[in-house]
Design a protein around this ligand. Structure first.
Ligand code: COA
Length: 183
């Protein structure tokens, strides 16, 4: 186990969802995720489609540890993405001196909002990480203006410990101990 490690399982199932690796059939959904002005409202704005296409061409469907496509369990339709990686030391917003904490982030297609899907996916990934990894702090950073995300952060059980400026916006830093997500 190294300081940069994250959850190693590549697939998880919940009541309604399949968390799996990205596949070629997710391409249009991923393009929508990066180009939709509503989804990107608190993430620096929509990216131009050609730029997103180039990025996807470059990344392909190689599995990145801690990176999950959220899919409908029945239909396998791509609903969004969820990431449990490490918060780089050289960006603001940390709860430990060394930084590099486990960091949760998520984005759903607009049509998947308001159904509890992000909560279900995040809770499953955090529970699996708690079963697999040593206890440690997990952080989540979200714009304070992002009301849906702020509600999700609280509902998952993160405590907002402070706010700070990044990307010309006020960000909330939420934290929880990984083991608080154990079943
Ligand atoms: C942040 C984001 C994932 C939140 O999505 P969300 O659907 O509001 O989040 P949740 O999964 O917690 O769902 C909660 C909503 O589902 C509703 N809901 C419906 N059925 C539900 C169920 N079975 N269980 C739980 N909630 C349910 C809740 O009432 C709540 O709706 P409300 O807020 O209108 O009252 C979404 O807005 C998004 O993708 N935003 C763009 C990306 C982004 O900004 N990411 C943040 C960077 S980390």
């Amino acid at each position: 186990m190294t300081a940069s490690s994250t959850l190693s399982v590549t697939e998880l199932e919940t009541e309604r969802l399949l968390l799996r690796q990205v596949s070629g059939t997710d391409r249009e959904g991923l393009i929508e995720l990066f180009t939709d002005p509503e989804v990107r409202a608190h993430l620096g704005g929509p990216r131009p489609r050609p730029e997103v296409e180039r990025m996807l061409d470059h990344l392909g469907t190689t599995h990145v540890p801690g990176s999950y496509a959220i899919a409908d369990r029945e239909t396998n339709e791509f609903l969004g993405g969820l990431w449990l990686d490490r918060r780089p030391v050289d960006v603001p917003g940390h709860v430990t001196e060394d930084g590099n904490e486990l960091e949760l982030s998520y984005a759903l297609r607009r049509s998947a909002w308001g159904k509890g899907i992000a909560y279900e996916a995040a809770a499953a990934v955090l529970r699996a990480a708690a079963d697999e990894m040593p206890d440690q702090p997990v952080v989540v950073v979200t714009q304070t203006a992002n009301q849906r995300s702020m509600k999700l952060v609280e509902r998952l059980g993160f405590r907002v410990v402070r706010t700070f400026e990044q990307f010309d916006a006020q960000q909330a830093l939420g934290t929880a101990s990984l083991y608080s997500f154990k079943a």
